[in-house]
Design a protein around this ligand. Structure first.
Ligand code: UDP
Length: 235
């Protein structure tokens, strides 16, 4: 297997072609951005934590029957994944009000929700990733009704598994974002990453934030927070 040219550089990862047309390689960076790139910085060794954590979680999700893009970790920062076409949606599941949900609906951050919520944002940096509903998604042909049904099923199944995994290490899963992709046969699988960049993770005893909100909100201690999650998960 040979690593070929870089296809794409995102905010937190680079994606490379490989000699196998069905596989890509991703390389995780330490770069951190927030507010659609308006705030920039680095979190030392974030790329290593996110790579290992995402891979571990995707393997556990796969064992629970959820299809994922994970194939093989190549190094601390590099992983082989299945080639997909990303569905241009940020799929957000919430268990507790926080961030934009708390603001939009005037609910105190930390308020538990009666049931998990699902929401979508249209992945489009030029438009600032606007919230979008399922009718708008279908009208714009971003995904079909069947695909949305499958994405919702994956999102709630991921939530159930991740809640168990984090509860076992005394962490509350407040909310998270996933992205899904299409394989050539049209099937939908979990892609992108699951990490403290994409999840809100609070210590279950103290409610200390162990995620990217430390960077977004200038709380400090972001390197230590990522390392703490890695330590608890024994990555
Ligand atoms: N999220 C993400 N990428 C984004 C926007 C949100 O990974 O571009 C994650 C975020 O880390 C949180 C969840 O999605 O776990 C819900 O985020 P929210 O809508 O509250 O937005 P934010 O407060 O991050 O702007």
């Amino acid at each position: 297997m040979e690593i070929l040219e870089q296809l794409y550089e995102g905010k937190a990862k680079k994606v490379f072609k490989t000699s196998d047309p069905d596989l890509y390689m991703v390389r995780y960076k330490d770069d951190a951005t927030a507010f659609n790139g308006a705030k920039k910085g680095t979190i030392s060794e974030k790329g290593i934590v996110n790579n290992k954590m995402s891979n571990r979680l995707m393997q556990q999700l796969a064992e629970a029957g959820i299809p994922t893009h994970f194939v093989e970790q190549l190094s601390d920062r590099e992983t082989l994944v299945k080639r997909v076409k990303i569905v241009p949606l940020e799929v957000i599941v919430r268990n507790v009000a926080a961030g934009s949900f708390a603001q939009r609906f005037g609910v105190a951050e930390g308020t538990p929700l009666k049931q998990p919520t699902l929401e979508f944002c249209y992945k489009n940096d030029a438009l600032n990733d606007p919230m979008i509903n399922s009718y708008q998604i279908m009208a714009l042909e971003l995904a079909t009704e069947q695909e949305l049904t499958e994405i919702a099923k994956i999102a709630f199944a991921v939530n159930a598994e991740l809640q168990k995994i984090f509860a076992a290490v005394n962490i509350r899963l407040i909310d998270f974002k996933i992205e899904c992709g299409r394989l050539d046969d049209g099937s939908i699988i979990l892609a992108d990453e699951i990490s403290p960049d994409t999840c809100r993770l609070w210590d279950a005893t103290t409610n200390d934030k162990l995620d990217k909100d430390r960077f977004r909100r200038d709380l400090g201690g972001e390197v230590e927070a990522y390392q703490e999650v890695a330590r608890r998960l024994k990555l």
